[in-house]
Design a protein around this ligand. Structure first.
Ligand code: ATP
Length: 313
């Protein structure tokens, strides 16, 4: 099962709620930079055996893949063990939700392998316990996420485009970035309907503009509507990210922006050859800095679904 990375087309932070969580409105998009999660049954015992992963996401009980398998075992009362191999390609703590996507892929694979018959809604609500942005990775494509990021509405697919992803050799802790934002406290009860939808999200902010842009289907309109409230924190902490953004535009990207809480910087173009040539140049220019440079394209929901079929051995 392939576990795609997500990028943010927008990220608006509306404020901090009484329960301590930040109220966000985001437009998220899956791209075809993937981890691979391979799952098989062990009928001899009930142990979860996880292999692979990486130095920053080791194959132990803290790994989201392990935690998801344990959750499925418990919820479905499975009398069997599972063996899982995790091939990590998505950088960790990069603003690309790699861990969240691994969790979603693990649940989808186990749902398929054990014929549990769980629909997306059921998987999304179980996975929301492990992390706010995991539910989005169950459905993929282009979606609006509100609340803590767990309340989802699918959106018209974004026009296809290419992304150059540049990950510096340091991570950004999502909770620390939110803390440093010092968002205003929100009144109780919250000043908008409990269930935010594409129709009733606050008019001001990047996301409302992005919804309009997506309806036009225009790549240029989508570029114009992009924005991320967390950039001001992470770019202030790491001024080299500002330089990186400028460099990507200088090299020919139509726009550059940070994904999620960073530190990955994204450059956008609608031409594959241009994306590959810019990636090559940026890799050469940052050779001594140990930056990781990747190229991906946007991934529609149907394409993500097709991957389920060959998920299990
Ligand atoms: P987000 O955009 O959701 O904030 P992120 O890209 O910043 O995501 P992840 O790579 O998803 O962050 O992982 C964040 C933390 O989760 C890491 O500190 C890592 O130790 C832990 N983690 C647990 N399991 C995994 C996994 N399978 N892959 C990556 N990280 C994992």
């Amino acid at each position: 099962m392939q576990a795609p990375a997500k990028i943010n087309l927008t990220l608006d932070v509306l404020g901090r709620r009484a329960d301590g969580y930040h109220q966000v409105v985001m437009v998220m998009q899956t791209v075809d930079l993937v981890d691979v999660v391979t799952v098989s049954v062990n009928r001899n015992h009930q142990t979860i055996l996880l292999q692979g992963g990486s130095e920053e996401a080791p194959p132990d009980q803290t790994n989201l893949v392990y935690r998801t398998a344990a959750l499925v075992q418990e919820q479905a009362q499975l009398p069997y063990g599972v063996e899982i191999e995790l091939d990590k390609q998505i950088p960790v703590a990069a603003g690309l939700a790699g861990g969240s996507s691994d969790a979603a892929a693990t649940m989808k694979a186990l749902n398929h392998l054990f014929s549990l018959g769980w629909d997306d809604k059921k998987m999304e609500s179980l996975l929301a316990r492990l992390g706010s942005d995991i539910p989005f990775l169950v459905r993929g494509g282009t979606a609006l996420a509100t609340g803590r990021g767990e309340a989802l509405h699918s959106l018209p697919a974004a026009p296809a485009f290419w992304v150059i992803l540049v990950k510096p050799p340091f991570g950004a802790s999502t909770p620390q970035v939110y803390k440093a934002l010092k968002a205003k406290s929100l009144p109780e009860p919250l000043p908008w309907p409990e269930e935010m939808t594409p129709e009733n999200i606050p008019e001001e902010g990047y996301s409302a503009n992005m919804l309009k842009a997506l309806r036009t289907g225009s790549y240029q309109a989508v570029l114009d509507a992009m924005g991320n409230d967390l950039e001001k924190v992470t770019l202030e902490w790491f001024p080299e990210l500002k330089v990186l953004k400028e460099k990507l535009v200088c090299l020919g990207c139509d726009r550059a922006m940070m994904s999620g809480s960073g530190p990955t910087i994204l450059g956008f173009t609608d031409e594959e050859a241009k994306a590959r040539s810019i990636a090559e140049k940026i890799a050469k220019e940052t050779e001594t800095l140990n930056y990781r440079v990747m190229v991906a394209r946007t991934l529609g929901r149907e394409e993500a679904d097709e991957w389920i079929v060959d998920c299990c051995r």
